[in-house]
Design a protein around this ligand. Structure first.
Ligand code: BTN
Length: 235
């Protein structure tokens, strides 16, 4: 897959920029990276704070698989980011948290937001390269905090695009199975607390598996199994 990387100085959200490109017929592979993003969006309608030196970009995909499988592309994106970060960090420091966060030493370093419409899928990726946004919800970190040497946001983006090309093609040719296997190999497992947007009570359970549709499988304390399709995981 060939990427056509375009830089914008400032935008409310690179996802919105790529969505506009998608709606005006752009080919897949268009990637828009911002030097400054002013109203970045996160999952579940939350915001995403952009700080100078960090990476915010979005990529246009036009997946050939049935729409019912498109949610699984978010795991391909997480695996790609995990692979790319391993160029800078020890393998075992980098973990993936369901559904699509990337952690370094247990702290969030990257958030991924997928948005889709008729014939298009936008993968938005935010990586804390040089600065750590303050989040009351979970511990965060940056590449600079985790390693002595600085690296640039554009270098990190190039690494991610190269791995994304690989995992996107892999998913298109072979389906979700190899991506799922790669995701599981890096997944943070163990006991977790899950907040489900439509439920008042948090659920607690032991990580059991990722199913063939990307749902989280948990063992609850009473021995029953629960599948979760949307939510936030805390350890
Ligand atoms: C999350 O963890 O909630 C997802 C955050 C996704 C942030 C990225 S930054 C680039 C792209 N543009 C956006 O507005 N959001 C995504």
């Amino acid at each position: 897959m060939r990427f056509d990387v375009r830089r914008v100085e400032m935008t409310p959200s690179t996802n919105d920029e790529v969505k506009k490109a998608a709606l005006s017929g752009a080919a897949e592979g268009v990637a828009i990276v911002a030097s400054n993003q002013t109203s970045g969006r996160g999952r579940h309608g939350r915001g995403w704070q952009f700080l100078s030196g960090n990476l915010a970009f979005s990529v246009l995909l036009r997946p050939p698989l049935p729409v019912s499988l498109w949610g699984c592309y978010s795991f391909a994106v997480s695996v790609a980011v995990g692979d790319a970060l391993c160029a800078y960090l020890p393998e075992d420091a980098v973990q993936l948290k369901w559904p699509n966060d990337v952690l370094v030493n247990g702290k969030k370093i990257c958030g991924i937001l997928l948005e889709a419409g008729e014939g298009w899928l936008v993968a938005g990726i935010g990586v804390n390269v040089r600065q750590v946004p303050r989040s009351p919800r979970y511990p965060s970190t940056s590449l600079l905090s985790e390693r002595a040497e600085a690296c640039s946001a554009s270098e990190v983006m190039d690494g991610i695009l190269s791995r994304l090309g690989f995992w996107y093609e892999c998913m298109n040719k072979e389906g979700f199975a190899p991506v799922r296997k790669a995701w599981l190999a890096r997944a943070r497992k163990g006991l977790m607390h899950v907040r489900i947007p439509t439920e008042a009570q948090e659920i607690h359970g032991e990580f059991a598996d990722l199913d063939e549709n990307g749902n989280l499988r948990l063992w609850l304390q009473d021995g029953s199994e629960r599948r979760v399709s949307a939510g936030d995981v805390f350890f």
